[in-house]
Design a protein around this ligand. Structure first.
Ligand code: GLU
Length: 506
């Protein structure tokens, strides 16, 4: 943004509750939030719930919860109130109607009486003739009395805004001047047949009444902005600063959209994370996400990569927000998460881990804090909390419910005439005799066995690991045994040896 910010900054995030919080929207929130914080301004959350048909039941709750999780709290809006409410558009219909009347009476808007089928037929005809369709204003348009009568008679009457026949230019603070030529504009609907305002109308009225100074939103809205400016002019409203943020793409250049999830599900792949909630359930830290999305389209101007919200507030500015579309690099995100996990205090990490356990309905639910801390310690260096969960899943399974991975059984236990089973039966009596069951004592014991047999550590550790977890993945072998405890370890090793003939292997 090239202009200097002088007014008390009031910015807003205005989600429609038609789904959960997309990662791209989270970046929009973050930039708005940072702009407000940076300038001692106000960040407003407004729910644009006028599209009854596309409403998704629990989306408002989820959006609010995920925003709080990210640490992006709002100064005015749902749950916190404020002087410019209500902050749900569905509760503001009277307000919109007042402004609608003004536009009708001043001749800037008119009732349009066409039946939806008529418009569909016109659109189809234009398509068949390979022409683009444009609504043609009736001449003269219906009077207010005619519109009201038609509505009273039950016709699905809409109200359209008379788009002025002039070029409209908006100077976007990131993109520069953007013009909608007069011949490309058409009279658009501002009130739908169900009496609700359209997005354009409600958004313009609310931005004015909520005294919004800067509108930062995704580039998909750029096409709407000239409409909004025309409406503002007709209503005598101020035009806020506009800044449109670039689109976020996957690394392969496709748009990062929720359709990626549907596609993956169809192909039997694990769906990629797209919504903030997906990343939360997949075990990412909010610190990671905030940090990573800040760098999608914004740059600090030097090589520094790691920022928390406070640090971002210190250095953020729209002058460093670029026009070029951003690429979402999942590998980089994972590496950020690994680093962030090591940067956080043990208490903060535990708190984040518990949130993951709760939202992902993990089998670790109900585990006491001491054990959770121990788990985090033994898994240090992890990429995501989900990976931690995978590593310690064995702890939360009943001893008789271990599922053996046939490949692991083959490679580690059955191969070379049951070399692994032999190692296990040789180690078992030593484990039985171990006086103190600690990680250190277990480590020492395994070293001794290895030395005696003149084998590498893995020759003993891996068979033990497969015997007690069913897999080749767990924390270090001494931590694995210490976490599981003497009784359960011995029970699993004995059971594995007893079942050696029948364990699945390839
Ligand atoms: N409700 C709109 C959306 O979710 C808001 C767009 C805007 O910021 O004006 O896309």
């Amino acid at each position: 943004m090239t202009s200097t910010v002088t007014d008390p900054v009031r910015v807003r995030f205005a989600p429609s509750p038609t789904g959960y919080l997309h990662i791209g929207s989270a970046r929009t929130v973050l930039f708005n939030w940072l702009l407000a914080r940076k300038h001692g301004g106000t960040f407003i959350l407004r729910i644009e719930d006028t599209d009854q048909a596309r409403h998704v039941e629990d989306s408002v709750q989820k959006i609010l919860d995920d925003l709080r999780w990210l640490g992006l709290t709002w100064d005015e809006g749902p749950q916190v109130g404020g002087d410019y409410g209500p902050y749900f558009q569905s509760k503001r219909l009277e307000i919109y109607n007042r402004y609608l009347q003004k536009l009708l009476e001043s001749g800037h808007a008119y009732y349009a009486l066409e039946m939806p089928q008529q418009l569909t037929a016109l659109r189809d005809a234009a398509k068949a003739a390979k022409q683009s369709y444009k609504y043609v204003r009736p001449d003269p348009p219906p009077t207010i009395a005619e519109g009201e009568a038609a509505r009273a008679a039950g016709r699905p009457v809409v109200v359209r805004f008379k788009m002025p026949a002039v070029d409209i230019t908006v100077v976007d603070d990131i993109l520069g001047p953007v013009t909608l030529p007069a011949d490309q504009s058409e009279d658009f609907v501002i009130q739908k047949g169900d009496g609700y305002p359209t997005y354009h109308f409600a958004c313009v009225v609310d931005d004015e009444l909520m005294k919004i100074t800067h509108v930062l939103r995704g580039q998909e809205h750029l096409i709407n902005t000239t409409k909004h400016v025309a409406l503002q002019r007709a209503l005598g409203f101020a035009t806020p600063h506009y800044a449109h943020l670039s689109v976020i793409f996957n690394m392969d250049g496709t748009k990062m959209s929720k359709r990626d999830k549907e596609k993956a599900a169809k192909e039997g792949r694990r769906p990629p994370e797209i919504d903030v909630h997906d990343f939360r359930v997949a075990g990412y830290l909010p610190e990671t996400l905030v940090n990573y999305i800040a760098l999608l389209g914004w740059s600090p101007g030097d090589d520094r990569e790691f920022f928390n919200l406070d640090e971002l507030t210190g250095v953020f500015g729209l002058d460093r927000v670029g026009k070029t579309n951003a690429r979402f690099d999942r590998e980089k995100l994972l590496s950020f998460n690994t680093t962030w996990a090591t940067r956080l205090s043990p208490d903060r990490l535990l708190e984040a881990f518990k949130d993951f356990i709760r939202v992902s309905e993990s089998p670790m639910r109900g585990t006491d804090d001491d054990l959770l801390r121990e788990i985090l310690r033994t898994c240090a260096g992890f990429r995501t909390f989900r990976q931690v969960e995978e590593k310690v899943r064995f702890l939360f399974l009943a001893d008789n419910a271990i599922e053996y991975d046939p490949k692991a059984v083959q490679k580690v236990l059955a191969k070379n005439n049951g070399e692994g089973y032999t190692a296990l039966s040789e180690t078992l009596p030593r484990l039985r005799d171990l006086s103190a069951w600690t990680a250190d004592a277990v480590e020492k014991l395994i070293h001794d066995v290895c030395e005696k047999k003149a084998v590498q550590m893995g020759a003993i550790a891996q068979p033990l690991r497969v015997a007690i977890t069913g897999t080749t993945i767990s924390p270090s072998i001494h931590d694995t045994l210490a976490l599981l405890g003497r009784k359960r370890t011995l029970a699993r090793v004995e059971k594995c040896l007893k079942g050696s003939q029948s364990l699945p292997h390839v």
